[in-house]
Design a protein around this ligand. Structure first.
Ligand code: FPP
Length: 261
C-alpha cells in the first residue's frame, strides 16, 4: 500500500526527528517548462511550496529548517530572473512576517548579504529583528550563499579577530573546529541531520558542505513546486531508517564487541 499522508505522519512522530533539515529546492524551471509556462511561474509555484513546507516543519516540531533560495552562482542567471527571485523573496517576507511571529519562528539569513538588493535587505533586517527572540523553529534562508565563500569569510573573520586580540601566539596557531564553526554564517545552528534535494539531481552544489558533514542525504524526483507535506514525511521516515555512526560503531556492533571481550 502506498504511504499516504495519514499513514506516514503517525509513524514519524514515534521516531527521532532531525534537528536540522536543509533543502536544495530544485526544479522550478523544469516544472514551468513542462507546463509551457515562463520560468518565473515555476519560481512563483516554488515560493508557495516554501510556505507549505515551513508550516509543515513547524507543526512537525523540526527545530531548524534551511532553504537554499539563491546561491553565489545564481547571479549568472539573466537579470530579469534574478530580479524576479528577489521580488518573490520580498513578497514572501511581507506576507509571512505575521505568520512567523504567530508561530514563533525565528528568521535567519545565511550568505553574503552585502550584495542583496537594498529593498530585500531592509525587509530581511526588519524580519530578523522582529523574530530574533523566537524559539519555536529557526527558518534559515540561504541567500547569496555558497559554502566556499562562507569558508573564506570565516577565515577572514578569524584572522581579523586574532590580529585585533594582539596575542602573538594565538595569531599563528592552528584553529580548532569550534573557532571555524563560530565564524560560519550558520553559527549557533545545529549540524544538518537531513539534506534533501528535489527534482532528481544528486549533488550538493556548494550548499552547507561543512554543516552537512554527517548529514543523511535524500534525493527525490519530485520537483520543488510539487513538494508537499507528504514528501517531507517520507524523507523523515527514510532518515529514521538510517543507521548513523559518525565514524564510530552502531549500537548492535558495540554489543557484539562486548560479548567477545
Ligand atoms: C532552483 O530551480 C531554484 C532556485 C534557484 C530558486 C529557489 C527559489 C524559490 C523556491 C522561490 C523564492 C524563495 C523564497 C524563500 C520565498 P531552477 O530554477 O534551477 O530549476 P531548473 O533546474 O528546473 O531550471
Amino acid at each position: 500500500m502506498a504511504n499516504s499522508k495519514d499513514t506516514v505522519y503517525p509513524l514519524i512522530k514515534e521516531g527521532k526527528l532531525p534537528r536540522h533539515i536543509a533543502i536544495i529546492m530544485d526544479g522550478n524551471g523544469r516544472w514551468a517548462s513542462e507546463r509551457g509556462l515562463p520560468r518565473m511561474e515555476g519560481h512563483r509555484a516554488g515560493a508557495n511550496a516554501v510556505d507549505k513546507v515551513v508550516t509543515c516543519c513547524r507543526k512537525t516540531g523540526i527545530p531548524t529548517l534551511s532553504l537554499f533560495a539563491f546561491s553565489t552562482e545564481n547571479w549568472k542567471r539573466p537579470d530579469n530572473e534574478v530580479k524576479a527571485l528577489f521580488d518573490l523573496l520580498n513578497i514572501y517576507l511581507k506576507k509571512k512576517l505575521n505568520t512567523m511571529i504567530k508561530n514563533e519562528i525565528c528568521l535567519r539569513i545565511s550568505g553574503d548579504t552585502s550584495r542583496i538588493p537594498e529593498k530585500s535587505r531592509k525587509l530581511i533586517d526588519s524580519a530578523i529583528q522582529k523574530t530574533s527572540s523566537f524559539t519555536g523553529m529557526t527558518l534559515n534562508i540561504c541567500i547569496n550563499y555558497g559554502s566556499r565563500d562562507e569558508l573564506l569569510c570565516a577565515i577572514e573573520k578569524i584572522i581579523k579577530n586574532r590580529i585585533s586580540s594582539g596575542d602573538i601566539k594565538k595569531i599563528s596557531s592552528k584553529p580548532e573546529w569550534r573557532e571555524i564553526e563560530e565564524n560560519l554564517y550558520t553559527s549557533g545552528l545545529p549540524d544538518v541531520d537531513l539534506l534533501i534535494r528535489t527534482a532528481g539531481e544528486q549533488r550538493l552544489s556548494n550548499f552547507l558542505l561543512l554543516q552537512a558533514a554527517y548529514a543523511e542525504l535524500y534525493f527525490t524526483a519530485t520537483g520543488w513546486p510539487d513538494f508537499s507535506d507528504q514528501d517531507i514525511y517520507l524523507a523523515i521516515m527514510e532518515f529514521q531508517k538510517r543507521i548513523r555512526k559518525f565514524g564510530g560503531l552502531n549500537e548492535k556492533n558495540k554489543t557484539m564487541e562486548k560479548i567477545h571481550e
